[in-house]
Ligand binder design. Structure first.
Ligand code: GLA
Length: 383
């Protein structure tokens, strides 16, 4: 199937892990709509691992755990659809899922048929316990062709954590997105680690095969399945800005029934979301990245992305513990195709504060707080 923009939605794993059930999923669907998140474009409700029984039935079919999903999956899917949303589920390319439930290896067509029958619109497909005799790219091809022939449009979300150089073969499998790294946790350390890996995937993604930087931890505040430490709102803004700017799918991972105002403001910033969903989907590039000292990973990367209407999205990030300054984070207009000879410069709108600033003297060097970011949408104007 063809997917034009990075999918937006909610996934159960980060907060609920194994403690997933019908009530949580249906309430989250309600909240996605009533909170206004659906109006911002979030449309998928995805159930991650741990939804099935530990054994297939006598016909080899996957069985939803009747304690967690007493009315079966079609019932949940119908409910999610009745809210105007789309329904996602999870399986695995191996014999077992990562949490030890049955995986789809050698059951690909049968499971794709179940998913179609239940009304699934999105399948996240993990990589645990896969047979070492079958290469990863074949495993993903097996499920891709099963989904493409199941009679229903199902977005195929590959989750092989960037292993075995996924980026080099994922496009040919038919997957619509691919996980670029191992799992995210709700801590600044984890956000920073994954962020510093982002450049590895540049040049591989594109429309219909999006680099998935993993689900969002915005608004978790240390609670839930992958909750580790308490991030600040500033750190969550940095995380969200980078994921959005780099064109990652944005899957909310917090408990949306308990969002506070700061979380709402981050997840529902329509101007930031518009950058993520920009129809041209030109690739963001790293214009430069200053490292404070040779022996640290305290980077100050600057990412730039040309947008469909001719504007630029530009993000300045500070992964160090010290405030940034003009000397460790600056962008020359030359570097983005606007040398002095063009007579042009940028009028930059800060997407978090709303402030506007005109870039003077060919140098753009905003101050960036420790662990912070400055994300701008910039118009090309006369000098
Ligand atoms: C892997 C994936 C996670 C999550 C868990 C579920 O670790 O990378 O995103 O789906 O499995 O067990």
């Amino acid at each position: 199937m063809f997917v034009a923009k990075p999918p937006l939605g909610w996934n159960s794993w980060n907060t609920f892990g194994e403690k997933i059930n019908e009530e949580v999923v249906m309430q989250s669907a309600d909240l996605l709509v009533s909170s206004g998140l659906a109006d911002c474009g979030y449309e998928y409700i995805v159930i991650d691992d741990c939804w099935s029984l530990r054994q297939r039935d006598e016909n080899g079919r996957l069985v939803p755990d009747p304690e967690k999903f007493p009315h079966g999956m079609k019932y949940v899917a119908d409910y999610v659809h009745s809210k105007g949303l789309k329904f996602g589920m999870y399986s695995c390319a191996g014999m077992n899922t990562c949490a030890g439930y049955p995986g789809s290896f050698d059951h690909e067509f049968q499971d794709a048929a179940s998913f179609a029958e239940w009304g699934v619109d999105y399948l996240k497909y993990d990589y645990c316990f896969h047979p070492i005799t079958v290469p990863g790219k074949i495993l993903y091809k097996r499920m891709a062709v099963a989904l493409a022939n199941c009679g229903r449009d199902i977005v195929f979300s590959a989750c092989s954590w960037g292993a075995d150089e996924t980026k080099k073969w994922i496009n040919e499998t038919g997957a619509n997105l691919w996980r670029t790294t191992g799992d995210i946790f709700d801590s600044w350390k984890s956000i920073k680690q994954l962020s510093l890996r982002a450049p590895d995937s540049i040049g591989y993604g594109g429309i219909n095969c999006f680099p998935d930087m993993d689900m969002l931890v915005v608004g978790m505040y240390g609670e839930g399945n992958v909750g580790l430490a308490n991030c600040t709102d500033e750190e969550y803004r940095t995380h969200f800005s980078l994921w959005a700017l780099l064109g990652s799918p944005l899957m909310i991972g917090c408990d949306i029934r308990k969002m506070n105002d700061a979380t709402r403001e981050i997840l529902m910033n329509k101007e930031v979301l518009a950058i993520n969903q920009d129809p041209a989907y030109h690739q963001a590039y790293m214009a430069c990245s200053y490292v404070d000292r040779k022996d640290t990973d305290d980077e100050h990367p600057i990412y730039v992305r040309l947008l469909d209407n001719g504007d630029y999205a530009i993000g300045f990030f500070n992964f160090s513990d010290e405030p940034g300054n003009r000397w460790n984070s600056y962008l020359l207009m030359d570097q983005i195709g606007l040398p002095e000879s063009t007579g042009k410069t940028l009028l930059a709108r800060d997407l978090w504060s709303g402030d506007e600033v005109k870039v003077e003297d060919g140098i753009f060097a905003p101050a960036v707080a420790a662990h912070g970011c400055r994300l701008f949408r910039c118009k090309v104007v006369d000098r």
